[in-house]
Design a binder for this molecule. Sequence first.
Ligand code: ADP
Ligand code: MG
Length: 395
Amino acid sequence: MSQYFVDRSTIFENEQVLEEEYTPEDLPERETQLEEIGETLSSAFNGGTPNNLFLYGKAGQGKTASARMIADDFEALAEEKGADFTTIFQTCSGHKSSYQIVCSLVEYLTGEDPNGLRARKAYDMFYDALDSVGGTVTIILDEIDNINDDTLLYELPRARDNGHIEEAQVSVIGISNDSSFQDNLSPKVKDSLNEEEINFPPYEADQLRPILRRRVEKAFVDGVVNDATIRLCAAYAAQDKGSARQAIRYLYRAGDLAANNDDDRVTEEHAREAEEIVDRKNITESIRHLTVQDHLALVAVTALESEGENPARTRQVYSVYKNLAREIDADAIAMRRVRDHLQELDMIGIISGAKKAGGSRGGKHWYWELSTDLGTTIDVLDDVDRLDDAMSTIV
Ligand code: ADP
Ligand code: MG
């Protein structure tokens, strides 16, 4: 082998198994959820239109994997029974509105892109396309919390009653990383959807271990990864967000480190180093596209964390924020808007906020704290040029 390349074959047997796109064959840790989805879809085998469903839970909980698996099973079983079922998988990530989703679905179904046409026209094309598919059509809308209007969720369940669809029986499976998404749907939409909800709670360490063991068996050379390393990767992920995606990333990176170091085993030492690298990368990734106001709100929470003041009320964060804004000559915005930015940071998982009772008057207030590692967050923020003067206030 040329001097520039590394022989990874002593560590890895098949790296594809560790990649994001890999779909596992089974998900025993999600048996309960798979059963519930299966039960709901089963009415289709008897001529019914399945109830609409919502799968919700934080990132990395196997929602997408479960939906994909059940869709495959559903179609396979339908074929066996000679039933007319179709599932359509549509990710909403990268889209902002119902209109964009409808355009994307029309393009998928017909090859024509209705983008630019009036909304009504695009919806008509969509309904016609569904009618030509016919039979039972289950549309899976993944990462639906990206969509900032609920037109599609309102219209689709009523399309048949309203005479827009005549042939097809359509049901929706919405998937969301944000559990408040359903709560924020308007009563009108809730009523139209009449959906059942299935929760995917964060994985515990004892669920993450078998998930990792199954990957290790397929991805690594036999005996190269010891159980202590698997346990450590599972424990790190469980302590943080309970995400299987994160656990698998730690494991893959630990393998990388071993291969690049010419080590013949993947050890706990590699796992420790992997955790640091992956977390740093995650934080860097998630703050890369933030606005200067988001950045300042984050520096304020970070500063309070380093002083041991967290969880801190919005008012306290705001007073630090104002000083920071002055330090870097940015316009200070109102407290309410800073709270919106804090909520945004919560959504992407860098900080976490909770509404709690506190103070002498007993009212409920938002309290904020970092949900990422303090040292790593400071390191990452130190690399953001425009924050230099703000970061120098943190001791
Ligand atoms: P979500 O959609 O909830 O964010 P995914 O379904 O994309 O999560 O899962 C994240 C990663 O973890 C994927 O690589 C997936 O294959 C894997 N994964 C999740 N749950 C399991 C499980 N129970 N068994 C094996 N792999 C899993
Ligand atoms: Mg997903």
